[in-house]
Design a protein around this ligand. Structure first.
Ligand SMILES: CC(C)(COP(=O)(O)OP(=O)(O)OC[C@H]1O[C@@H](n2cnc3c(N)ncnc32)[C@H](O)[C@@H]1OP(=O)(O)O)[C@@H](O)C(=O)NCCC(=O)NCCS
Length: 265
């Protein structure tokens, strides 16, 4: 509503210099727009459409800004909640395991201190760099943090690239699939993403199975895209899922989001 009011004022500003000046002063102000009953933050900017020397007009650019604060999510066996500094020891346990790192790009952690540094520098600042908070994957019964699932890249304010990792002791129990199935509705209905992407090394068959089982569509094979730790150049498989895909509407609708999330922020 506020956006519509601002847009109306912008229209008026084409003819009224004081109103225009006022709008420019307010430019970049973040306002909230209520849509689909979910709050999306919007940034409003007043930008010249043509150079003013040509008697140019100004128009209002409304940029959708994502909701980056993640709610706690509960599934049958897991809790997903934002990563904390206290997760350092549990995170170190899998980030220091060569087998876990085999297909991951980051360097092996050599101490809990280093893990703490990484959490501080790369996990706790997500909202500041325009990305949703990263989820820790926690075993519900044991209250133990066993991995992470998060968005590691954002494109065009609408596209999220997902990544995940769990401790080797918990592989083969379909836990990452359970976490991914809970994350998807949050990204669509809470954060406001339209399209989700995941890619994996073609040799990482287990990851491919998780992605397929979650319903992502295989969209391409990038040949010899990355030199792996053992030196060979591996192909990478790229998958996508859009909010209005039939499967996404059926499986990751708003009801799914409501079922698993609590403490909505
Ligand atoms: C890849 C990974 C996320 C898979 O998660 P997971 O919860 O173990 O996956 P699942 O239990 O659902 O298993 C998926 C499939 O892989 C198979 N699988 C599991 N572990 C496997 C292994 N070590 N080797 C071969 N296949 C394996 C399972 O049998 C299952 O096959 P199915 O679908 O035919 O039944 C997890 O192993 C992991 O964290 N690996 C290290 C980090 C990583 O590679 N991240 C992904 C980067 S793209």
């Amino acid at each position: 509503m506020e956006t519509e009011k601002a847009l109306g004022r912008c229209d008026k500003a084409k003819y009224d210099k004081p109103v225009l000046r006022e709008l420019i002063a307010e430019s970049s102000k973040t306002i909230r727009l209520s849509r689909y009953n979910i709050e999306h933050r919007c940034e409003i900017k007043v930008v010249p459409r043509y150079p003013t020397s040509f008697g140019g007009r100004f128009f209002m650019e409304v940029k959708k800004v994502l909701n980056l604060e993640m709610p706690t999510v509960e599934t049958d066996r897991l809790i997903l909640r934002p990563v904390r500094l206290e997760d350092a020891e549990d995170m170190y346990a899998y980030c220091s395991d060569d087998e876990v790192l085999k297909y991951l790009w980051f360097e092996k952690h050599d101490s809990v201190e280093f893990t703490r540094y990484i959490i501080d520098k790369l996990f706790l600042n997500r909202k500041d760099v325009g990305m949703p908070e990263a989820y820790a994957i926690v075993l519900k019964d044991e209250q133990k943090m066993i991995g992470t699932i998060d968005v590691n890249q954002v494109y065009f304010h609408e596209v999220a690239v997902i990544g995940y990792v769990i401790h080797r002791d918990h592989w083969g129990k379909a836990l990452v699939l359970e976490a991914l199935e809970a994350l998807i509705p949050v990204l669509f209905h809470h954060c406001g993403f339209y399209r989700l992407e995941i890619n994996h090394c073609a040799d990482n068959v287990a990851s491919g199975r998780v992605i397929e089982k979650a319903g992502f569509v295989l969209e391409g094979r990038f040949r010899k895209r990355k030199k792996e730790r053992d030196g060979h150049r591996a192909d990478y498989l790229y998958y996508g899922l859009c909010k209005d895909d039939e499967l996404a509407l059926e499986r990751y609708g708003k009801d799914q989001y409501e079922k698993t999330t609590r403490n909505k922020v």
